[in-house]
Design a protein around this ligand. Structure first.
Ligand code: FA5
Length: 339
């Protein structure tokens, strides 16, 4: 009986199998119990010997079963640990996959635009994120009382004199302070607006300002440069429309919209169902702005534009929500590693 028990216990793979062996041998209706029950008519001497032997056997079986059960439990815990293993060496595993470093798509497009304009003789300027009222508003013909200030919800510093620049246009003013006409420059950078976000609006986004001042500059010159820019960036003809736009620092002013490349013009959340995306406001620099910049307005005039860089990036790569650009999601960034 002992040998048979050992063989069956050895074969019991699961906890349930072990418990079944236990019931079969030392359970209430098990083998040992039935041996003891069968001793009813035996002599006292026999009862004593068989009883003693049965008890010893029962104890041994008990011990073997407890051992088998705890062994089994240990195996199960180890199995669970193996399956739920956590990889705590994150850096190592990322290195193992060899994700290539990638430039942010805004950086990629910004650099391309800088190349396009430098090849046409423009210089590149960089300016401060923290601006003062004079450069951001006043010298751009936006006096304190002007309703156009409402167009640009502003993050003011507590002194109410400084602010996070709401557009790159203050660089027109700074550019005129450091350059004498004729000149042409572009200025890319971050801008900040206190507004609600949606698929095409962020609180922190990028613009690229451009300004050209010279003799006899015309709207035709402005449109030519805008066309070159878009053709180079998209590598194909894109549908645009020019309509009048109001900005106090240009006269006349235009809004240059691009046919939405996310929906093909049929309407989506990026173009607010209009089929068009506001991309490139521009115009002829207002004489008062040139005067603020000490430019001789009898001799010189010029154009300026303020490209919405994030939206251009969205159109170029088919990104349907501006918030991906600042999400910090590695999976988003890695899509651009081939560029
Ligand atoms: C301006 O900021 C003017 N300074 C542009 C300008 C410069 C006009 C020079 C004339 C001459 P506007 O507020 O429309 O204009 O913004 C310019 C572009 O920035 C928009 O066409 C759009 O493409 C982008 N833009 C505006 N607000 C947001 C926003 N919240 N999120 C992302 N892009 C935005």
């Amino acid at each position: 009986l002992s040998k048979q028990f050992e063989a069956e216990l050895g074969e019991a793979a699961s906890q349930a199998d072990i418990l079944a062996v236990k019931a079969k041998y030392i359970g209430k209706k098990g083998e040992i119990s039935s041996i003891l029950k069968g001793m009813k008519d035996a002599s006292p001497e026999e009862k004593k010997t068989v009883g003693k032997e049965s008890n010893r056997l029962k104890q041994e079986m008990h011990k073997a079963i407890s051992q088998a059960l705890s062994e089994r439990e240990k195996q199960e815990i180890e199995e669970q640990l193996r399956q739920n293993r956590q990889d705590i060496s994150l850096t190592k595993s990322l290195l193992g996959q060899r994700h290539p470093a990638a430039y942010h798509p805004v950086t990629i497009v910004q650099r391309e635009i800088e190349d396009i304009f430098t090849s046409m003789g423009f210089t590149i300027l960089n300016g401060p994120h923290i601006e003062d009222d004079y450069h951001n508003f006043e010298a751009l013909n936006i006096p304190e009382t002007h309703p156009a200030r409402d167009m640009q919800d502003t993050f003011w510093f507590s002194d109410m004199k400084h602010l996070l620049r709401t557009h790159t246009s203050p660089m027109q003013v700074r550019g005129m302070e450091t350059h004498t006409a004729p000149f042409k420059f572009v200025c890319p950078g971050k801008v900040f607006r206190c507004e609600d976000t949606d698929a095409s609006h962020e609180m922190v986004f990028h613009q690229l300002e451009g300004m050209m001042v010279g003799e006899n500059i015309s709207v035709a010159n402005l449109i030519y440069f805008m066309k070159v820019l878009l053709a180079e960036i998209f590598g194909k003809e894109v549908e645009v429309r020019l309509r009048p736009g109001y900005f106090p620092f240009v006269e006349p002013g235009f809004e240059l919209d691009i046919k939405c490349l996310i929906c093909g013009g049929s309407g989506c959340s990026v173009c607010k169902q209009t089929g068009w995306v506001e991309l490139l406001p521009c115009g002829m620099v207002h004489p008062r702005v040139l005067e603020y910049g000490q430019v001789d307005t009898d001799k010189y005039n010029g154009f300026a534009f303020g490209l919405g860089l994030d939206r251009l990036v969205m159109m170029r790569y088919g990104i349907d929500d501006i918030r991906y650009l600042h999400s910090g999601d590695l999976r988003f960034g890695q899509q651009f590693s081939e560029y």
